[in-house]
Each structure stands twice: as structure tokens, then as C-alpha cells.
Design a protein around this ligand. Structure first.
Ligand code: OGA
Ligand code: MN
Length: 300
């Protein structure tokens, strides 16, 4: 097993060669886990896996989330329940292998991934790690970009700022996928989904339990800071999200079928780069490692 780091100065973005996640030794598994926690993103090439293999590997990191996708799938997609609930299928192809229309709700919902975000920050207990497997990639487009929100925090005060890190360290925000999708893709959810997905509280700055280093925790689901003037807090969240993009290297990943990418949602933001959904097929399966508690309950 060989590990290479793309942005050494940020300890960001690793690629791993020479492993098969279907037959890992204990020490190989722990090296992969350590790499994700140290470098934020890990790409593992050439993994010929199915959903059961992906779930077994992912469960090594902890309990898995259940996909929220069931509430947003097209009726024909929903009727076929042959996919395990731990799998979030990001795709414009239904389970009967038919391409969905580009204006299908499911396709619109997935297009929301093209805005910088951290997975499940809209859940009361947000996720730790996401594991995305490329099952079918489009001929053009359909990449995924990653950016390091820890580096952004470390360099925040390189510029004159109204608020220092110590002013911000105790801020609690509210996140919502209804809010972010409304901004980015339009009002796509029914009343039941909206009722089931209220705003949740998250820390603006989180300490990583493994590295002990702080990172901004924002992205597109982050709406405002509790107790602040709404405009003032939205302006600040925009300034933070803009700085995350400006301060560090954007790691652009172009997928090959069979690749597996793991990222640490406590440190990085990611987004899809988009593709022509009316022309090309794209099938990605994600498993998501659940967190232990709401971030606002984390120490310190
Ligand atoms: C995700 C996601 C982006 C992509 O799976 O969480 O945001 O490129 N995916 O599919
Ligand atoms: Mn995502």
C-alpha cells in the first residue's frame, strides 16, 4: 500500500494505491482511516465493489447513516426497493437502469450537490466521513472538487477582519437543507419533508477529535448564527465560505469507474462539478459514517 500527498503544505488530499478494500488487513484499514483523518480526502483507485462490499468496508469507521434520498426519489425509483438504505445513490439513472429526465425531482435534488457543502450538516448529528464509489462516470464533466476549511481557519487573520477567530469560536449556527436547496435549486420539497427537516444547530468552528485542530464548519447548508442580527451573520458566513475557497488549493477530482473517494466532513467542503444530465449517465453510490453527537455538544 502506497500513500501520496498532493498538497503537503496543507497536509491535504492523499491517494492510495495497491489495496483492495474487500480484503484489508487490520493494519491496512487503520492506515486508511488515519490517512482520511490526517489528509481530509483519500482517493483509492481500482476498487471493483458492490454495495455489500462498500457497506462492510464503511462500517469499519462506525455506524452508517440511512439515506434521506427515499423522500426525494422519483416514483418509479422509489417503487424499487432493491437498494440498501445505507446507500445514497447520486445518479440520473433509476434502479431499472433507465435515465431520468433532467427535470426530474431526483435529478434536481442531486444537482444541489454542485454547491459547496459538508454532508449531513443539516442533520442534528452530522456525519464524520463520506465514502463515494464511482459506478458509472460520464464521458464529460461530473467531477468532484474538495477544499480545506481547516487551512481557511488557520489563515483567516492573514487579512484584516471584523471578527477574529477568538470572537467566533463559540458561535452556534443553524443549518438546513430546505434552506440551501431553496437557494440553489428552488423549492423542491413537500410539506412533510420540510417538517421533518427543521433547522439544526452546529458549531461554526469544530475541533477535530483526531488532529485536535480547528476548522470552519459552514458550507451551503449553513444559514445564520444564533443570536446575531440575520444580515450581519449571513454576511459573515458568506465571507467565511468565500475565504475557504480563496485561501487554499481546490483539489479537483476527475473520476474513473471503480474509484473510491473518502472525505472527512468535519474538515473539508466538497461539490460536484456538474455534467449534462440529459446526455450522459452518472451513477455514484455513497455511504456516510454517522457522527456521535450534535456538534454543539462537542468539547471544547
Ligand atoms: C456527495 C456529493 C458530489 C458528486 O455524494 O455527497 O456531494 O460529485 N457528491 O456527486
Ligand atoms: Mn455531498
Amino acid at each position: 500500500m502506497e500513500i501520496n500527498i498532493r498538497y503537503l503544505e496543507q497536509e491535504f488530499f492523499a491517494t492510495i494505491d495497491g489495496v483492495d478494500i474487500k480484503s484489508l488487513s487490520k493494519s491496512e484499514f487503520f492506515e486508511i482511516k488515519k490517512a482520511v483523518e490526517t489528509y481530509g480526502v483519500v482517493v483509492i483507485n481500482s476498487q471493483n465493489i458492490n454495495d455489500d462490499d462498500q457497506i462492510s468496508f464503511s462500517e469499519g469507521f462506525g455506524k452508517l447513516e440511512i439515506s434521506i434520498g427515499t423522500q426525494t426519489k422519483a416514483p418509479d425509483y422509489q417503487a424499487d426497493n432493491s437498494i440498501r438504505p445505507e446507500i445514497s445513490r447520486i445518479s440520473n439513472v433509476d434502479l431499472n437502469n433507465k435515465m431520468l429526465p433532467f427535470d426530474d425531482k431526483k435529478v434536481i435534488f442531486d444537482r444541489g450537490n454542485n454547491y459547496w457543502h459538508t454532508d449531513s450538516s443539516f442533520k442534528e448529528t452530522p456525519s464524520k466521513i463520506s465514502i463515494l464509489s464511482a459506478r458509472e462516470v460520464p464521458e464529460e464533466g461530473g467531477g468532484t472538487d474538495f477544499i480545506d476549511a481547516r487551512h481557511a481557519l488557520e489563515t483567516w487573520e492573514n487579512k484584516p477582519r471584523k471578527y477574529s477567530i477568538s470572537d467566533l469560536k463559540d458561535c452556534i449556527c443553524e443549518h438546513s437543507i430546505v434552506y440551501s436547496r431553496k437557494n440553489n435549486t428552488g423549492d423542491i420539497f413537500d410539506d412533510k419533508f420540510k417538517k421533518d427537516m427543521p433547522f439544526v444547530k452546529q458549531k461554526l468552528i469544530r475541533f477535530h477529535p483526531f488532529t485536535k485542530k480547528p476548522a470552519f464548519y459552514a458550507g451551503s447548508h449553513c444559514s445564520h448564527i444564533i443570536g446575531w442580527d440575520l444580515k450581519e451573520s449571513r454576511d459573515l458566513i458568506k465571507e467565511i465560505n468565500d475565504w475557504i475557497l480563496e485561501s487554499g488549493k481546490i483539489a479537483k477530482h476527475k473520476w474513473r469507474t471503480g474509484e473510491l473517494v473518502l472525505w472527512d466532513n468535519r474538515r473539508v467542503l466538497h461539490r460536484g462539478t456538474g455534467y449534462d444530465e440529459s446526455k450522459y449517465r452518472r451513477i455514484m453510490h455513497r455511504t456516510t459514517v454517522a457522527g456521535d453527537m450534535p456538534s454543539y455538544k462537542e468539547k471544547p
